[in-house]
Design a binder for this molecule. Structure first.
Ligand code: MN
Length: 478
């Protein structure tokens, strides 16, 4: 891939207002001047990096302030200017965003402690402004794309950190497109042989199934045209890391039912179900692989219908049916609001994050309880970034919990009063003990009694989540 130039960015900005482009050009020129004489390991002038970060952001239709901050993101760290310079030349928002992505450098402590402090800063930046994390993700993506210039030790170290921190963050805000690219590049450096092998496998699958997918696409396309449902259909193949993970967990290639997918995008929800009916009347569905994420969104707000059908030559093909807006969110997550809600995207993003994204409340809780950076990072990794399970409330809402959580964790996640008055629990209509370890897809009913004496001391050792631990301790203290 040849590197992006200012003209490429300018072309990408053609939908932006004139004044916005003027401001962005000012940021570009300023950053270029400040980084003058600095070079990347590739030998290119340093400005190439912020330019690429800005380009990635412009591809996501980021607002003007975010793109300016993308261009200036390394200036506080690597050049002579200070915050006030950015306030004077630009505005407080751009300054806040640049500060948000700048590493803490003046700490008088070990390298390890400093790195923990920075990790915490990246993760908690989202509580102030989700754009900070999106810039940081764009920064990481470009650094990963140019990782070949680093030493092989650095490559592995950076790839590991990407998998540890940035991939889960991209997942949590629903930025799947970024997440899959970050995963694939990381795998390439962590396990080059496996990466190469699966890359070949993926290529073979593509060749072998091209015709089958094209035929299906054509058939569904004609059916929808016939019914006058306006639509767009795309083919998709699982990313290399996705295939790797399935194979590692013991699946055969032929068992991976979503290796191949057709994405059908339509205008509204009722068209989604009409399309579903039409697809099923043409291709037999595989019954146990049907998922309705439209009315049961994933905890990162991904919405779509998934149905795996017997396609041409009885090949299993997953069909994903969703609206155009849902598709934007499926690819870009929260940052899709830059395209959907032009005027007040930032407010919408922050509100959605606060009210709908389950990880957000847990993150605030952990941030509140753990003062020590190392403990904070450890807890985030074990509670949020480790494997998760998804269980149902009696109403059918999906609740996300770290793997190993008990019914007590569930009760406190719903509400602290429910945890504090819990006397029993039924899972899938059967009585179990309160410290029952929840499994994926369990249906959980908490039995409460207002006259209960409250949580028992030993429950503290039977919970995994920070909120449950804190609430039990608080109650016991009283
Ligand atoms: Mn950077």
């Amino acid at each position: 891939m040849s590197e992006i130039t200012w003209n490429d960015l300018l072309m990408m900005l053609n939908k932006y207002d004139k004044e916005d482009i003027v401001e962005i050009e000012k940021a570009y020129k300023f950053a270029k001047l400040l980084h003058e004489g600095q070079y990347r390991q590739s030998g290119e002038p340093y400005i190439v990096h912020p330019l690429n970060v800005a380009y990635i952001l412009a591809e996501m239709n980021a607002d003007k302030d975010t793109i300016c901050a993308g261009l200036l993101h390394d200036t506080l760290e690597d050049t002579k200017i200070i915050n006030e310079d950015i306030v004077t030349l630009f505005n407080p928002t751009v300054t806040k965003l640049v500060e948000g992505v700048t590493k803490i450098s003046k700490l008088n402590c070990s390298k390890q402690a400093q790195s923990m402090a920075n990790t915490r800063k990246i993760i908690t930046g989202i509580t102030e402004d989700v754009r900070i994390m999106i810039i940081k993700l764009a920064d990481r993506l470009h650094n990963m794309r140019t990782l070949q210039y680093k030493s092989s030790f650095k490559q592995k170290e950076i790839a590991m950190e990407t998998m540890d921190i940035f991939v889960p963050l991209a997942y949590y805000i629903g930025a799947y497109r970024m997440k899959s690219e970050l995963e694939d590049i990381s795998l390439q450096y962590l396990y080059p042989d496996k990466y190469k092998y699966i890359q070949e496998v993926q290529l073979k699958i593509k060749e072998n199934s091209k015709q089958c997918l094209e035929e299906m696409l054509y058939t569904i396309d004609s059916i929808l045209i016939d019914k006058e449902i306006s639509h767009h259909i795309k083919m998709r193949i699982k990313n290399i890391y996705g295939i790797y993970k399935k194979l590692e967990s013991g699946y055969n290639l032929s068992d991976i039912h979503d290796l191949l997918a057709l994405k059908v995008m339509v205008n509204d929800i009722s068209n989604c179900y009409q399309t579903l009916g039409l697809v099923h009347s043409k291709y037999h569905p595989l019954n146990d692989k049907f998922k309705d994420y439209i009315f049961n969104p994933k905890t990162n707000m991904y919405r779509s219908i998934h149905t795996t059908v017997f396609g041409e030559n009885n090949r299993l093909v997953q069909t994903q049916i969703r609206t155009f807006d849902m598709d934007q969110i499926a690819s870009f997550g929260l940052s899709a609001y830059w395209s959907i809600n032009k005027g007040n995207a930032r407010e919408v993003m922050q509100e959605e994050l606060k009210n709908k994204y389950q990880f957000f409340k847990s993150l605030i809780e952990i941030n509140h309880v753990f003062a020590d950076n190392q403990e904070f990072v450890r807890q985030v990794k074990s509670e949020l970034f480790a494997d998760k399970i998804y269980v149902y409330t009696t109403k059918g809402d999906i609740i996300e919990l770290p793997k190993g959580s008990t019914a007590i964790d569930f009760a406190y996640k719903i509400h602290s009063d429910i945890g504090n008055t819990m006397v029993g629990v039924m899972v899938n209509d059967k009585d179990v003990s309160v410290d029952y370890i929840l499994q994926n897809k369990d249906r959980v009913r908490i039995i409460t009694d207002d006259l209960s004496c409250g949580p028992k001391q030993e429950w503290i050792d039977k919970v995994k989540t920070t909120k449950a631990k804190r609430k039990i301790k608080e109650f016991r203290r009283k």
